[in-house]
Design a protein around this ligand. Structure first.
Ligand code: NAP
Length: 450
């Protein structure tokens, strides 16, 4: 990398660190992104001159609010709500809402930052945002969840709108929570604006295929990577972390493609089933009964349960699909995966690999599909949901799935093309970051200093 570009990136990153202290996840996401842009910045000094990156790393706004609610015993609780509206160059802010006790401004900002470029990669007219709360839905009654969500939306609604900011689900937020959010938004606004949220139920504007989109999309993306080397999922051993929305549908599609998925997990530990995971059991336990994944072994005695999450990466596999949470694969786990014969890894979760783990994948030459590209299928179908809501029309599951496959193929091809054009052929980290960046940067240049 030319010395001036290197110095510019280092200086900018230093400023980001200083301006965002105690935000390690946000710093990590920015660092990974900035350094991969060196080839494009060397060729296009106009981005530096217009301070495009200085603007990109600063959210347009960060909204932080109090969320008081009353539990079933009449006790008052106070949580913290967040919405980061990061970048609206390409369209209304778009990005999910996460309910998890670990949520803080660092996590919301890292997710919102990555969302900008992921959304650009989908080719859809959507900007980048993200939100959430440190509320823990685990162990709460339906009534408690509804009262919490109503309080959350009572504050958030004023910043939303179908052409302003359109949230969806993420960890801890599924169709039920989105439904409560929509109900409260509708009640306060006094208007039926169902384009304000995606991931809705099918009876009020939800899209067929949205629930499956992130998991299926991740598998479609990995399939493209494998195809480039004349390989496929057929007969491959696969490990998927998590057992939530993304994981379940990644398992489903990988199995449909002929793979044997032998392990999955939750935040308590992982299961290993040498005969292949019985997805019906996982779906019932996690989607319906809301139980722990450890219960699986009671019904399938050939399977083993191991407490702790990181152990799942010691299970030998050809294809790994991390679909749980950020930084779930560190350097040691990445090395173990590669040593055990990994050929491809596709990130269904956001930033599941540490910077050191990413370096291991890139050095080892495995096929590596980074999150911004590999898990963009969810938000892509969310944008299709917005389109259907605008048209007051609904596509069939097959139509949505077909569009999703085309979008994932395009993301793969555009990322590959950028990796080649900028001198790092096959490096999809560089390729997807540059492809997403250029689209947003050119749009920002066109829109002036705003
Ligand atoms: P989810 O349905 O809530 O499932 C999350 C899964 O990850 C659960 O199995 C959960 O286990 C596990 N998990 C959560 N926090 C964990 C932790 N700290 N350590 C270990 N495991 C943990 O959420 P999701 O929608 O599938 O999201 C999973 C990942 O995909 C996240 O990184 C999310 O940002 C990303 N993503 C989601 C979408 C989407 O459309 N939903 C789109 C793009 C990216 P427990 O049940 O024990 O908590």
């Amino acid at each position: 990398m030319p010395i001036e570009t290197k110095a510019y990136i280092e200086e900018l990153y230093e400023k980001v660190e200083k301006r965002n202290p105690y935000e390690p996840e946000f710093q990590q996401a920015v660092k990974e992104f900035l350094y991969s842009l060196a080839p494009v910045l060397s060729k296009h000094p106009e981005y530096i001159e217009a301070a495009i990156l200085e603007r990109m790393v600063e959210p347009e706004r960060l909204i932080l609010f109090r969320v008081p609610w009353v539990d079933d015993q009449g006790k008052v609780h106070v949580n913290r709500g967040y919405r980061v509206q990061f970048n609206s160059a390409l369209g209304p802010y778009k990005g999910g809402i996460r309910f998890h006790p670990s949520v803080n401004s660092s996590i919301i900002k890292f997710l919102g930052f990555e969302q900008i470029f992921k959304n650009a990669l989908t080719g859809q007219p959507i900007g980048g945002g993200k939100g959430g709360s440190d509320f823990d839905p685990k162990g709460k009654s339906d009534g408690e969840i509804m009262r919490f969500v109503q309080s959350f939306m009572t504050e958030l609604y004023r910043y939303l709108g179908p052409d302003v900011d359109v949230p969806a689900g993420d960890i801890g937020v599924g169709a039920k929570e989105v439904g409560y959010m929509f109900g409260q938004y509708k009640r306060i606004r006094g208007a039926y604006e169902n384009g304000v949220l995606t991931g809705k139920g099918l009876t009020y504007g939800g899209s067929l295929g949205r629930k499956e989109a992130t998991g299926y999309g991740t598998v479609y993306f990995v399939e493209e990577m494998l195809r480039s080397k004349d390989m496929s999922f057929e007969g491959r051993t696969v490990v998927v972390s998590g057992s939530g929305n993304v994981a379940i549908y990644a398992i489903e599609k990988a199995q449909e493609k002929g793979a044997k998925v032998v392990a999955c997990s939750d935040s308590g530990g992982y299961i290993y089933d040498p005969e292949g995971i019985k997805l019906d059991t996982v779906k019932r336990l996690k989607e319906v009964e809301k139980k722990r994944i450890s219960e699986y072994v009671k019904e399938h005695p050939q399977a083993q349960y191991h407490p702790g999450c990181s152990g799942i990466w010691s299970v030998p596999c050809h294809i790994a699909l991390p679909c749980a949470t950020q930084n779930e694969i560190d350097e040691a786990s990445a090395k173990l995966l590669v040593a055990n014969g990994l050929i491809a890894l596709g990130e269904g979760a956001n930033m599941p690999s540490t910077l050191e783990a990413m370096e291991v994948y890139l050095q080892s030459g495995i096929l590596y599909g980074p999150a911004k590209a590999a898990n963009a299928g969810g938000v892509a179908v969310s944008a299709l949901e917005m389109a259907q809501n605008s048209m007051r029309y609904a596509w069939t599951f097959e139509e949505v799935d077909q569009k999703l496959q085309v979008i994932m193929k395009n993301i793969y091809e555009n990322s590959m093309k950028a990796s080649e054009e900028f001198g790092h052929p096959g490096n999809l980290v560089v390729g997807s970051n540059i492809a997403g960046f250029v689209k947003v940067a050119d749009t920002m240049l066109a829109q002036g200093v705003v």
